[in-house]
Write a new protein. Structure first.
Lengths: 289, 153
C-alpha cells in the first residue's frame, strides 16, 4: 500500500529548511526519521502536499558537549544518543531512557527532536529530559528561541511550536553532582510498546541518607509528560524511608492527570504510578554504586 | 527523483517517486521480493533491512533517506553463492514455520551479530523484540541466532 503522494523537499541548510517549511503553498510537514509521520500518512490521518526532510542538514545531527551542557541536534537518533560515550558517561539517565524507546529498528531512525515535537504523553526520553531541566532550541520565520522543556509540552500531542518553527537542538544540563538517576517503564501489552507509565528520577542523597535534591518526572501520566512536583517536595530534605517513598508515590499519583485508553484506565494508571514511583525510588536509594 | 546508494554490496542508481518508502523501492522498483510488507506501520518488523549495518523498517523510511547509504536486504545475506551462517542455522534448526517473518528476523539478527559477536539469549530476544512471528516459533529462532554467532559463548 503506497503512501498518499507528496512532494519531498530536501534542504541542505537550516536557513533553506526554514524557508521551505515556512512557504505557504499547501500543507507541509517536517520529516526526520519518519517513525511517527509515515504511519500517520499511511493511516490517512494527515495528507501533506509536501514533506520537508531534515536529513541533509548536517548541523542537526550533532551530539557534543558545550561548556558542560550536552547538545543534541534535533535529528540525532535514539541509537546514536545511546551509543555516544559522552552521553553514557555524563548523562546515564538519558542513555537509559533512549535505550527503552520502542525497538532497535525504530531507534535507528527515530530522532530526539521528532520525539519531542510529536509531544507524545508517553514519550520515553521526555521524563529524563524534564529531570535534567533541558531546553529546546527552535528556529522559525521569527528567529530562534529557547523553550524550557517544562513549557514545551502544551497539551495532548501539542508542542509549543509556532507555525513554521523547527526544533533544532536539545540542550541538556549535567545532572547534579553525586546524583543517582534511573528510568523505569511499565508496559501493559508488550515490552516494546510505549509505556503505560514511565518514571524518571534524579536524586541526591547526603552522607546521612537525607535527600538534598529530588527530581521526578512521569510519562503517560497526564496529557503531556510532567514533573511530579508534589513528590519532589516530599522527598527534599527527608531521609528516603519506606514511609517517605510511599508518601512521595502517593503525591505523584495526585500530581498525575491520567487518561484512559486501550492500554489502561485512568484509575489503573494512577495505581501503577504509586507502584512504579516507589519501586524506582527504592532502587535508587539501595543502589550501592 | 534520482537516487544512488549501495544495494547488497553493489552500486545502485535508480529513479523513485518522492513518496516511495524503501520497501516500495525494493519490491516494486527493483523487483526484490524477499523483504515483506506486513503492517506498514513499523510494528511487525517483517520489512526489516540493514542501512549501514543498522536495522531499519523499510516501510517507514523514505527511499530518499537511504541516498548514499549501504542497504542490505535478505537477498544480500549470501555472498559468492555461500549462505550466511544465519541462513544455515535457521535452515538446520527449522527456525521458520510459515517463513513470512524470517527475512526481517534474519536481518535484525544480522545487525545484532555485527555489533555483538557473542550475544546472550537475552540480548538476542531484545534485538528481536521488534520482530513478530505469528506462528510464535521463537525458541528455535533464538537458538538459531545463538548458533550463528561468530564467537558463541
Amino acid at each position: 500500500m503506497r503512501l498518499y503522494p507528496f512532494r519531498l523537499v530536501e534542504p541542505e541548510s537550516l536557513t533553506e529548511a526554514v524557508d521551505a517549511f515556512g512557504r505557504l503553498d499547501g500543507e507541509a510537514r517536517l520529516v526526520a526519521g519518519g517513525t511517527a509521520l509515515v504511519p500517520m500518512i499511511r493511516l490517512g490521518l494527515v495528507k501533506p502536499d509536501r514533506l520537508v526532510s531534515l536529513h541533509r542538514v548536517p548541523a542537526l545531527h550533532e551530539i557534543r558537549v558545550d561548556n558542560k551542557t550536552l547538545v543534541l541536534g534535533a535529528t540525532a537518533t535514539h541509537a546514536d544518543i545511546d551509543r555516544a560515550h559522552v552521553v553514557r558517561d555524563g548523562w546515564p539517565l538519558l542513555a537509559e531512557a533512549v535505550r527503552r524507546v520502542a525497538t532497535p529498528a525504530i531507534r535507528t531512525s527515530g530522532t530526539i527532536g521528532g520525539n519531542l515535537a510529536y509531544a507524545e504523553a508517553a514519550s520515553d526520553p521526555a521524563p529524563a529530559l524534564l529531570c535534567h531541566d533541558a531546553e529546546v532550541r527552535v528556529v522559525g520565520p521569527g528567529g530562534a528561541r529557547t523553550v524550557p522543556i517544562a513549557r514545551f509540552f502544551r497539551g495532548f500531542y501539542e508542542a509549543a511550536l509556532e507555525p513554521g518553527e523547527i526544533v533544532t537542538a536539545v540542550r541538556v544540563p549535567p545532572p547534579p553532582a553525586g546524583a543517582r538517576g534511573g528510568y523505569i517503564k511499565f508496559t501493559s501489552r508488550s515490552a516494546e510498546d510505549k509505556p503505560l507509565i514511565g518514571v524518571a528520577a534524579l536524586i541526591v542523597l547526603d552522607l546521612s541518607g537525607r535527600c538534598t535534591d529530588a527530581r521526578v518526572a512521569l510519562g503517560g501520566a497526564a496529557p503531556t509528560p510532567i514533573r511530579a512536583e508534589g513528590a519532589e517536595r516530599i522527598l527534599r530534605g527527608e531521609a528516603v524511608s519506606d514511609a517517605a517513598m510511599r508518601a512521595a508515590a502517593e503525591a505523584a499519583a495526585q500530581d498525575a492527570d491520567p487518561l484512559s485508553d486501550l492500554m489502561g484506565s485512568a484509575n489503573y494508571r494512577r495505581e501503577m504510578i504509586r507502584v512504579w514511583v516507589r519501586r524506582l525510588l527504592a532502587k535508587l536509594r539501595d543502589d550501592k554504586s | 527523483m534520482n537516487l544512488t546508494f549501495t544495494l547488497n554490496g553493489r552500486p545502485c542508481a535508480t529513479e523513485t517517486p518522492d513518496h516511495w518508502t524503501v520497501l516500495d523501492l525494493l519490491r516494486d522498483g527493483l523487483g526484490l521480493m524477499g523483504t515483506k510488507y506486513g503492517c506498514g506501520e513499523g510494528v511487525c518488523g517483517t520489512c526489516t533491512v540493514l542501512a549501514d549495518d543498522r536495522p531499519i523498517r523499510a516501510c517507514l523510511v523514505l527511499a530518499a533517506h537511504v541516498r548514499g547509504r549501504a542497504l542490505v536486504s535478505v537477498e544480500g545475506l549470501e555472498a559468492d553463492g555461500r549462505l550466511d551462517p544465519l541462513q544455515i542455522a535457521f535452515a538446520e534448526r527449522g527456525a521458520a514455520q510459515c517463513g513470512f517473518c524470517t527475512p526481517g528476523i534474519m536481518l535484525a539478527a544480522k545487525a545484532l551479530l555485527l555489533e555483538n559477536p557473542a550475544p546472550t539469549a537475552h540480548e538476542v530476544r531484545e534485538a528481536l523484540s521488534g520482530n513478530l512471528c505469528r506462528c510464535t516459533g521463537y525458541t528455535k529462532i533464538v537458538e538459531a541466532v545463538l548458533a550463528a554467532a561468530p564467537s558463541p559463548r
